[in-house]
Design a protein around this ligand. Sequence first.
Ligand SMILES: [Zn+2]
Ligand SMILES: [Zn+2]
Length: 132
Amino acid sequence: MISGRCHCGSIHYEMTAEVEHHALCHCTDCRRASGAPAVSWALVKRDNIRISGKPKSYASSPDAQRLFCGDCGTSLFYLNETIFPGMIDVQSATLDNPDVIPLGGQIQTAERIGWMADLNHLPSFERYPPFD
Ligand SMILES: [Zn+2]
Ligand SMILES: [Zn+2]
């Protein structure tokens, strides 16, 4: 089992590392809901995850519920019985060790922010760059 949590720790979860797929989503809905330029999702069977605490939910579209921590606001899960019956999508960046599940690919790149396509060519710093 692997574990994850929201920023404040009110919600934590344990799940198996076997996932149906694991993808970085660039869609506008994910961006707005998370406040981040992209969201990585690991799709797991609902029987294979145990969630402690009570996430708040928000209907982001008619069939979809996005679940988040009501205390600190961390986005955590996505439910959609039409597209993913019996499954739950987990925001894998909230895992304690996100590297445990290899990323399989990128989706919804039609809606990707332009500069997200070419990150490897930007200056990178292991920590904050020097301020001078
Ligand atoms: Zn929280
Ligand atoms: Zn998305």
